[in-house]
Write a protein of this length. Sequence first.
Length: 201
Amino acid sequence: MASNEHSSLENAQLHVPKDFSTASANTVLTKNGSNALTWADDNLRRTHFVRVNGFFSKSNTSEYAPTFSGNSTHVWDTVVTDATADAQDAVAQAQLYCLRDGYINAFGGVVAATSGKTVNFKIYKGTPVDESSAAIDLTQLGSTASEVGGGNTTTDVFSASGLGSTQTFSAGDIIIVTISAGAAESTTARFNSTIEVVYTE
């Protein structure tokens, strides 16, 4: 039996895997589809999925977020403006409070809306200030996702473009999703969607 088994080596005698010095940060050594070892982005370990769903029925083009009442955020009935009306939007309308830096990688889902009526989805970030009632400035992340309804029993798929590693947020930011009608006409929608969040720290 060999006298220099790895289990008995001192830490100073151990080496890191091949190509470690040139591998990018936040990557892991993995076996790819060609059965070769490669350094790949470790997004899976750093990814968080946030479910966003609700019901919306309006006849104007204002943007709406959930109304928190009786432990429910199902009805999207509170107008969101930029800047927000006050700091309470961080409590009642935000879908996520970010504990670490990161970016929004994707946002999309399914919607059943009034036939022929357009619904728009937007995703914003903002930074609330501790012990402050000041309004919160909002920055849209990615592009607006628009979908024309096929009727209340028809499922349509929507997705926001322009998201990815450039659409960043910081620790302490909030994420707010809004829905609006494309025209000042009676529009009803039920939707279920997901935000894909990737943390970089």
